[in-house]
Design a protein around this ligand. Structure first.
Ligand SMILES: Cc1cc2nc3c(=O)[nH]c(=O)nc-3n(C[C@H](O)[C@H](O)[C@H](O)COP(=O)(O)OP(=O)(O)OC[C@H]3O[C@@H](n4cnc5c(N)ncnc54)[C@H](O)[C@@H]3O)c2cc1C
Length: 249
């Protein structure tokens, strides 16, 4: 996989990645279903105009993702302070718990929620994480662990090969429901997300091979099934979401 980031890989990828299938494959982290061009884009190696002109022939959905990128740049221009402050004014001044034990468990990929831990392991081993899993782990850090989104943003900054401050901040604010999302609160249940986007736990088992002999139903629900030889869930998702709602009300 590290092979992906060698010089010139993007020209090969442009030639062989099937943009026509992108709309159906992009959300499933166990598939090679996204372009993985982000490091080349964020480092300015790949021209965004060239990419747009090429991809527009094949995939409206891909162009929609490029539009998100443009949108975050627009927001940065409109709110130059968004790096440090929540765009939604009523979401400023949240009393984050920032519990060191929970933060460390998250950063070490030991939360006991396999989809979250697999994402952190992918990030550490490849310096990249699938978008669907970025959404799951960001939601988890903020809404389940009650950790300030800026701490997550900084953790991604230190680990992502495609780090782009504008996109990272914009996406962390969106995930934390403090940014531009029109929904007042968007909750991602890590268990239901794993069930939907990694139904047979192929992604989970790839990054956490010690779980390969466990049944996918068990891996999807670590609160119900005790996962033999694995970390216990550090929090109860349902209780923590209830508490998060109280924190922001
Ligand atoms: C919490 C969080 C933090 C993120 N931090 C970064 C970051 O630091 N740098 C970064 O490049 N992307 C970031 N993203 C956006 C997205 O996850 C990545 O762009 C994508 O996973 C890169 O993989 P890809 O090139 O295969 O994407 P593809 O699905 O192939 O998409 C093509 C391109 O569209 C753009 N794009 C796709 N999704 C988004 C999005 N949600 N927001 C803005 N642009 C998007 C990217 O330039 C991407 O390379 C973040 C997302 C989340 C949820």
């Amino acid at each position: 996989m590290a092979d992906m980031w060698r010089a010139g890989w993007h020209t090969h990828r442009l030639q062989f990645f099937d943009f026509r299938k992108y709309a159906v494959t992009r959300d499933y982290p166990y598939l090679d279903g996204t372009s993985k061009l982000s490091p080349y884009i964020s480092l300015g190696i790949l021209s965004i105009r060239d990419l747009f002109n090429y991809a527009v022939e094949f995939s409206e959905e891909f162009v929609r993702q490029l539009a998100w990128r443009e949108f975050y740049y627009y927001l940065k221009n409109k709110y130059p302070w968004m790096r440090n402050m929540e765009i939604k004014s009523r979401m400023r001044n949240i009393r984050w718990e920032n519990d060191e034990y929970l933060i460390n468990a998250f950063k070490e990929g030991k939360t006991g929620y396999p989809i979250v831990d697999a994402g952190i392991r992918q990030l550490k081993s490849e310096r990249w994480m699938h978008n669907r899993v970025r959404l799951i782990v960001a939601n988890f850090l903020v809404k389940d662990l009650h950790v300030d989104w800026r701490i997550g943003e900084d953790f991604f900054k230190k680990n992502l090969i495609d780090y782009d401050e504008t996109l990272n901040v914009g996406n962390w604010q969106w995930s934390a429901s403090v940014g531009v999302d029109p929904l007042p609160l968007r909750v991602f249940n890590p268990m239901r997300q794993a069930e939907k986007y990694d139904p047979l736990c192929e992604y989970i088992k790839k990054y956490i091979p010690e779980l390969r002999d466990l049944d996918h139903k068990e891996l999807h629900d670590p609160l119900k099934y005790r996962l033999k030889g694995y970390y216990e869930p550090i929090v109860n998702h349902y209780e923590r979401i209830k508490k998060f709602k109280e924190m922001i009300s």
